[in-house]
Design a protein around this ligand. Structure first.
Ligand SMILES: Cc1cc2nc3c(=O)[nH]c(=O)nc-3n(C[C@H](O)[C@H](O)[C@H](O)COP(=O)(O)OP(=O)(O)OC[C@H]3O[C@@H](n4cnc5c(N)ncnc54)[C@H](O)[C@@H]3O)c2cc1C
Length: 359
């Protein structure tokens, strides 16, 4: 039998959960369908900085701003830019507090805990979606069940299934791969500082982020053919400082390759009744502006406001796509600058152009 859900949100990432929570706080029920079997099925990894006007705004709307502050990693905003000899070209002590850093998994846990258990269906992979003649949509899950919905929200990330209902555009590779590794606290990682570190040269990078448990999340970034073999990686970074190479050599666990994909920055669609997209499903972009999660949460807050106020979704979509297109262009420009031959100096110059760094 086909059931009905008035508002169905596909994807329980930051976008989908933020939307469900703001609606719930305003007395509007919705159901999130998430393909992961359980909340802990996947390591969420990494740190995110929450911007005042985006992520923090959405957390206020969701009523979890105070709880979020308890999760902030103090000093996590520190930034270092190094060349391949580990010479410091830019340093920001991260003491200004304007963009607090939080562990992505803990942030997701905060949103999950604030939602009623029955607001999320785990192990619910969407296999197909189709428009029905009456303006509603039918969703088929991989377990063979189906349901209909009056409002279908695609918050299902880069490879969104919902997107095909309104747009024929798919993400394309940006020619950059992050090979991600983890360095335990037992290893000396002083070179990486207390927050983010970008070591860049010759179209490659060793990027890192200090985690809330002080271990290090490292990505070897490369624009040529990626490899996850540590010995092969060390050959790629042969002429780099021993302290930076040690972040690869002393990492533990599997090295995992993540090719970076993006939708074109001007991605648009014709508004269609009963269906919309938010977050990466709508505008996945290069990660070099550090905006994706923030924009995903802002989209969620603005879509929730449009649903609560009953304003046309077309207006919400137009504003979302305008701001994400600006961020997407900036992000791609920063990515290109980082992976140019003298990327470290170019990124340091860009950072300095924003004004003097904090102590
Ligand atoms: C290397 C890297 C670093 C980044 N750093 C930052 C940063 O510092 N700051 C920042 O703001 N952003 C950053 N981003 C961007 C950020 O991670 C994303 O923009 C953000 O996670 C998007 O959230 P979302 O909820 O739209 O999508 P996602 O987080 O991808 O969530 C989508 C959810 O949908 C589920 N799903 C997918 N398909 C289906 C299906 N068929 N059925 C059911 N469920 C489905 C998935 O399991 C997932 O839980 C970074 C991205 C990358 C790649």
């Amino acid at each position: 039998m086909t059931s009905n859900h008035p508002i169905a949100i596909i994807g329980g990432g930051l976008a989908g959960l933020t939307l469900a929570l703001i609606l719930h706080r305003n007395g509007i029920p919705s159901t999130v369908f998430e393909l992961d079997a359980t909340p802990d099925a996947r390591r969420q990894g990494g740190m995110l900085d929450m911007h005042e006007e985006a992520g923090q705004f959405a957390l206020r709307q969701a009523g979890v701003y105070d709880e979020f502050h308890e999760l902030v990693l103090h000093g996590g905003e520190a930034t270092l830019i190094l060349d391949r000899d580990a010479t410091v070209l830019f340093e920001d002590g991260g003491t200004h507090g304007g963009r607090p850093e939080v562990d992505r998994g803990q942030l997701r846990g905060l949103l999950l805990n604030a939602l009623p258990d029955d607001a999320i269906r785990w192990d619910a992979k969407v296999a197909a979606v189709r428009a029905l003649d009456d303006g509603t949509h039918e969703v088929a899950l991989a377990d063979g069940t189906t349901f209909t919905t009056s409002l279908l929200v695609g918050a299902d990330g880069t490879w969104s299934k919902v997107r095909a209902l309104i747009s024929g555009v798919t993400p394309q590779p940006l020619g950059l791969t992050f090979v991600e590794m983890h360095v335990p606290v037992s290893v000396d990682t002083t070179v990486a500082g207390n927050g983010s570190m970008f070591a860049l040269a010759d179209g490659r990078g060793i990027l890192s982020h200090r985690g809330s448990d002080h271990s290090l999340h490292v990505a070897a970034a490369m624009t040529d053919e990626p490899t996850t073999d540590r010995d092969a990686l060390l050959v790629r970074f042969e002429r780099w400082s021993p302290a930076l190479r040690a972040l690869i050599a002393d990492s533990t666990g599997p090295a995992i390759a993540y090719p970076i994909n993006a939708l074109p920055s001007g991605h648009r669609w014709q508004n269609r009744s009963g269906v919309t997209l938010i977050g990466d499903a709508a505008h996945v972009m290069s990660p070099f502006a550090g905006e994706g999660a923030n924009l995903a949460m802002l989209d969620a807050a603005e879509l929730a406001a449009a649903i609560i106020e009953g304003t046309p979704l077309e207006r919400f979509e137009r504003a979302m796509l305008e701001r994400s297109s600006v961020a997407s262009e900036e992000s791609l420009a920063t990515q290109r600058l980082c992976f140019a031959p003298d990327g470290a100096q170019a990124l340091a110059d860009l950072m300095n152009s924003f004004g003097p760094p904090a102590e």
